[in-house]
Unconditional design. Structure first.
Ligand code: AGP
Length: 613
């Protein structure tokens, strides 16, 4: 979603802001802008353009045409007002002296706008953000300094926001504010940064701190001072980011998505190997007491999108391992559904970014009801990680493509490891059964490499079917959960209509859609239900549909007798098969999108991290 970068230092700000914004392009956006203070002119110069960042960068000669050493930049993903130059950020106050970049939504902007208009303030955009610029200026009418005015403004605005504010009257500082939308502070030599995402400033500094909700920061060339909501100074812990810059670059691949698909075996090794020792699971810094685990009545998994699909697989596996009820809810539903969650419920929150607003809101609702929160997160220091009682990181490294791949796989792995750990504490699974799964776990990265080696085979199938307008994914049990993810992958990057169904539901309605030309991707990795999968394939074929099937190597020949095409994955423990089965589905979606000429890493209308409701 929207991205923020801010810089104050001795270098020219504009090239640096544009470079930082380019690192945030993956988040999804529709327009971009910068505001830079010119010492010579004694004013802010604001430049904005609808469309890709390269348009803005072209207008500004890569930033060389803009003079000044302090500024803010923004990539906007439209919420209030269509993508346009006027609605792009920075938004400025009437005098042009205050410029604001904003991620999130000001929920009471209508009321504030009416108030400001009644005071004669003219509005130039349809955005909610513009009220912030005008309101700060309004609160300076009595001569208040910028910090005081921003503080007053915060008492009036409601909603979720990360703000970067620059004032021509106080050009030796930048103001940063955070509430429910991430903001990171960066510490350099003679310079300071702010950013919505660490990737924006990684090439300039690795020393960062994470703003907490309600905090305000003043950035100068000499350092950063943070304040809490009472405007009392707070000391921030400075962390060293150990992500390699190269990990957030394409490294010779045409697309981040393809690179990240290929990185999965390595990501799995990082997520799994250090957590298995002597045939047992070890979860680092695990602090939930065993008595508490034994007292659990149920587990409730909460997540959105692909992370929710991980939860769906988790429900099947965890219930098998733990023999206690496991419910899975979408973050956006959980917060409004009066869930049955209390001190005897462990809420497992799954999120790649750790910043998804609906998931975050669900976490807070669960905590309010007395549950403990265990999160499975990729981004270190993210909001969800910091608000959880226990965090298990997926260690997948930066994931840039909007369509998640390696984060999905590592989330699955970590959730299974968590299940095995809890099963040991609960005594719900025999030791040899746990060891059997763990043994197979260790062979997964190498098996996944074999799956990826077959990419040309999957590309061939994509070339056969890429022009189909509608695709159905069917499967039973854990294959159904995997189908949900395969279908999401296809639709989000190739814009092909696709839906996933539990195979048994075909006869209850969906089968009416099967006719010659329909493509069905039948998942048959759940071998105890193999015969059922075969029957469903026959049903589809006899109505003229084409069936591309996915199963394990041991049953591939049998399936090939019926299906139109078969993709085989190595055999493994049944609970772990989705870890191997996801990759062919990711590759299939990737090649279809490639053949349809889609913008794979930045699909239309989508954002990597969904920080609005
Ligand atoms: C998946 O490819 C999507 N990009 C999306 O569904 C994503 O999984 C969802 O928005 C949740 O994101 P999170 O894991 O960062 O919370």
């Amino acid at each position: 979603m929207c991205g923020i970068v801010g810089y104050i230092g001795k270098e020219q700000a504009a090239p640096l802001l544009l470079e930082g914004l380019s690192r945030l392009e993956y988040r999804g956006y529709d327009s971009a802008g910068v505001a830079v203070y010119s010492q010579r002119e004694g004013r802010l110069n604001v430049h904005k353009a609808k469309g890709r960042l390269k348009i803005l960068s072209g207008l500004l000669g890569g930033g060389d045409a803009v003079e000044g050493t302090v500024g803010v930049g923004h990539t906007r993903w439209a919420t209030h007002g269509a993508p346009s130059d006027e609605n792009s950020h920075p938004q400025v106050s009437r005098s042009g002296k205050i410029a604001v970049v904003h991620n999130g939504i000001i929920e009471n902007y209508g009321e504030l706008k009416a108030f400001l208009q009644s005071q004669g303030v003219p509005f130039a955009s349809e955005t909610d953000t513009e009220v912030v610029a005008h309101l700060v200026e309004y609160f300076q009418q009595d001569g208040a300094d910028i910090l005081t005015a921003v503080g007053r403004c915060l008492h009036r605005i409601e909603g979720a926001y990360a703000l970067g504010i620059i004032s021509a009257d106080a050009p030796d500082q930048l103001i940063a504010v955070r509430k429910d939308s991430p903001l990171i502070l960066g510490y350099g030599e003679g310079c300071s940064f702010l950013a919505s995402d660490v990737t924006a400033i990684l090439q300039y500094t690795r020393r960062v701190s994470y703003m907490d909700d309600g905090e305000l920061a003043v950035l100068t060339r000499d350092g950063i001072q943070c304040y809490n909501h009472l405007m009392q100074p707070v000391e921030k812990e400075i962390c060293a980011v150990d992500w390699e810059i190269g990990a957030a670059e394409k490294g010779g691949y045409e697309h981040f998505m393809f690179k990240e698909i290929m990185e999965q075996p390595e990501a799995l090794r990082r997520a799994v190997f250090p957590r298995i020792r002597d045939g047992e699971v070890f979860l680092e810094d695990f602090s939930l007491p065993e008595d508490y685990i034994r007292s659990l009545r149920n587990i409730h998994i909460v997540a959105c999108g692909s992370s929710y699909h991980v939860g769906m697989v988790g429900k099947y596996n965890l219930e098998k391992m733990l023999r206690i009820p496991v419910e899975v809810s979408l973050g956006s539903e959980f917060r409004y559904m009066d869930p049955i969650v209390d001190g005897k419920t462990l809420v497992v929150v799954i999120s790649q970014s750790g910043e998804t607003l609906d998931t975050m809101a669900a976490l807070r609702e669960a905590r309010r009801r007395g549950a403990k929160i265990l999160s499975i997160v990729n981004v270190v220091g993210s909001s969800i990680a910091r608000e959880s009682d226990q965090v298990l990181y997926t260690w997948a490294g930066p994931e840039i493509a909007v369509a998640t791949t390696k984060a999905y796989t590592t989330q699955l792995a970590v959730l299974n490891l968590l299940g095995l750990y809890l099963a040991k504490v609960l005594g719900s699974m025999a030791a040899e059964d746990r060891r059997e799964v763990l043994k197979d776990f260790l062979s997964l990265p190498e098996k996944l490499e074999r799956v990826l080696e077959n990419k040309d085979g999957i590309q061939y199938f994509a070339s056969q079917y890429f022009n189909r307008d509608s695709v159905f994914y069917i499967g039973r049990n854990i294959d159904y959960a995997l189908g949900l993810e395969g279908s999401l992958k296809l639709k989000e990057i190739s814009y092909v209509h696709s839906e996933a169904y539990a195979s048994g539901e075909l006869k209850h309605g969906t089968i009416s859609l099967i006719e010659p030309g329909a493509l069905v991707i039948a998942l048959g990795t759940c071998l105890r239900l193999f015969d059922k999968a075969m029957s469903n394939i026959v049903e589809v074929k006899s109505r003229g549909g084409d069936v591309l099937a996915l199963t394990t190597e041991s049953r591939a020949d049998e399936m090939a007798k019926t299906a139109s095409g078969v993709i085989a994955i190595p055999d493994a423990h049944p609970m772990l098969l989705p870890l191997l089965g996801a990759a062919p589905l990711q590759l299939y979606a990737y090649y279809v999108a490639l053949m349809r000429g889609c913008d794979i890493d930045k699909p239309r209308n989508l954002a990597k991290s969904v920080t609005v409701e």
